[in-house]
Design a protein around this ligand. Structure first.
Ligand code: SF4
Length: 299
C-alpha cells in the first residue's frame, strides 16, 4: 500500500518507500514517545494513565499544532523519534500494559493505519485492554473499515465546519464532509459509548472539539453537524479549552490569542442544546506545560 499511499482522504498516492507524502511519514512505523499519560479525559486516563504512543507525521498539519515538532518538523528538530519494527511496537504495547496502562492510545495514527492493523491482528486477542484510535478526524472510510474489530474506542477530533477555515488552517477544504462520514463509520463499528464499573471507557466514541479563537460560531455548526450524524446521547464529547497561541504563525494574528471565557461558555451552552454529555476543561488547561516533552527517551 505504501508504494501508492491512499490511507487518508488526501489520497496523495505517495510512494513512501522513496518519498514522503503530505503527512511526511516514512514507510516504516516511526514514533516519538510511548508513556503513561495522565492528562486525557478521566474515563481514559483513570488512576494509572493511558498507554499513549505518539506517531510521527500528520495527515492534517494544522498551523497551530502543539505537537508540531513531531507532526511537521521531526526531520529538522531533534527529538527521541525513531523508526521501529512491528515486533518493537508489540513490545512497547505489552510494556505499557505491564506498567498498568488502562488502554493503548494510538495518537495521530492515520498514516500508519495498515501497519497498526497488521500489529493488532497479532496481539488483540491477548491484550484485553481497550485500544484507542486518537485521530484528527480526517479519515478515509476504507482505512477505517480495515480497522473494524481491532479498535474499541475512536477518539476523533472534529475541528472545523467551514471549508474556508479548514483550508486555511489545515489545508483540507473537504475536512467537515470527510470528518462527518468518518464519524458515522466509527459509530457503525463501535456503537454506543460504554463506561465500566471502574469508571473507565470500554468502547464507543469520545469526540474532541478544540475551540479556536474567533471561531465560536463555527463550533456551533460543528455541534449541529455531529448531532445530525450520530445520536448525541450515545457518544461522549470533550469540548476543549486548551488552545495555546504559542504555536500559531505570527502572520495569523487572529490565532495569536487564547480563547475567552465568553467564547468557551457559548460553545458549552450550544452543546447542551443537543444533549451531548462529556467533558469540559478549566481555564488553566491552556498551558504549553501540558505538551509532552518529545526529547525524552521513553522507549
Ligand atoms: S497518509 Fe500520507 S502519504 Fe498517505 S495519502 Fe495521506 S497524506 Fe498521502
Amino acid at each position: 500500500m505504501y508504494n501508492t499511499c491512499n490511507l487518508c482522504p488526501r489520497e496523495c498516492g505517495a510512494d513512501r518507500i522513496n518519498r514522503m507524502g503530505y503527512c511526511r511519514a516514512p514507510r516504516e512505523i516511526m514514533i516519538a514517545r510511548a508513556a503513561l499519560h495522565l492528562y486525557e479525559e478521566p474515563v481514559i486516563s483513570g488512576k494509572n494513565g493511558s498507554g499513549t504512543i505518539f506517531f510521527c507525521g500528520c495527515n492534517l498539519g494544522c498551523v497551530f499544532c502543539q505537537n508540531g515538532v513531531i507532526s511537521h518538523d521531526f526531520a529538522k528538530v531533534k527529538t527521541a523519534a525513531r523508526i521501529i519494527s512491528d515486533d518493537e511496537l508489540i513490545s512497547i504495547i505489552l510494556n505499557l500494559k505491564a506498567e498498568g496502562a488502562h488502554n493503548i492510545n494510538f495518537v495521530t495514527p492515520t498514516h500508519y493505519a495498515d501497519s497498526i492493523a497488521r500489529v493488532l491482528k497479532r496481539i488483540k486477542a491477548e491484550l484485553r485492554i481497550p485500544v484507542i484510535y486518537n485521530c484528527g478526524g480526517y479519515e478515509s472510510i476504507e482505512t477505517l473499515k480495515m480497522l473494524e474489530g481491532l479498535i474499541d474506542i475512536y477518539m476523533p477530533d472534529f475541528k472545523y465546519f467551514s471549508d474556508e477555515l479548514s483550508k486555511k488552517y489545515s489545508f483540507a477544504p473537504d475536512y467537515a464532509e470527510r470528518a462527518a462520514e468518518a464519524l458515522a463509520e466509527m459509530y457503525r463499528q463501535t456503537g454506543e459509548a460504554v463506561i465500566g464499573e471502574d469508571g473507565l471507557m470500554k468502547k464507543g466514541i469520545l469526540l474532541r472539539h478544540l475551540v479556536l479563537p474567533g471561531c465560536r460560531k463555527d463550533s456551533a455548526l460543528i455541534l449541529e453537524k455531529i448531532a445530525e450524524t450520530v445520536p448525541a446521547n450515545k457518544i461522549l464529547i470533550s469540548i476543549m479549552r486548551q488552545y495555546t497561541p504559542d504555536f500559531a504563525p505570527e502572520s495569523m494574528k487572529e490565532l495569536r490569542r487564547r480563547i475567552t471565557s465568553f467564547e468557551y461558555d457559548f460553545v458549552l451552552s450550544e452543546s447542551e442544546k443537543y444533549g451531548f454529555v462529556g467533558f469540559s476543561q478549566d481555564k488553566d488547561s491552556a498551558k504549553t506545560s501540558y505538551t509532552p516533552d518529545f526529547s525524552l527517551k521513553t522507549f
